[in-house]
Design a protein around this ligand. Structure first.
Ligand code: FES
Length: 101
């Protein structure tokens, strides 16, 4: 699938998370010190909306029960074998684009 626009980079300042939905699937877009990461937006614990979570030191924190994931790798902080899928992300003309399967 080609890159798909999911939002405006001006709406995602450093330290913030944005929720995006494409074709019925949720994604969490994280801005870590100006670098963007796109992760699966559904927490594997019990389905929490990760795009509504918070960022702390490059970790995405689930809003439901505070499981934490490394934005760069998608890995859970307690169990690194538990990984969120991650997707290529780029900025073009102020738009955030993600490449999803
Ligand atoms: S649903 Fe994410 S930590 Fe429980």
């Amino acid at each position: 699938m080609p890159f798909v626009k999911i939002g405006d980079v001006a709406a995602l300042p450093p330290g913030q998370v944005m929720e995006a939905e494409v074709a019925g699937n949720a994604y969490a877009i994280c801005n870590v010190n100006g670098e963007l990461f796109a992760l699966d937006g559904t927490c594997p614990h019990t389905g929490g909306p990760l795009g509504q979570g918070t960022l702390e030191d490059g970790r995405l924190i689930c809003p439901w029960h505070a499981w934490e994931y490394d934005c760069r790798t998608g890995a859970n902080d307690y169990d690194e074998s538990l990984k969120l899928a991650s997707f290529p992300v780029k900025i073009e003309s102020g738009d955030i684009l993600i490449d999803i399967p």
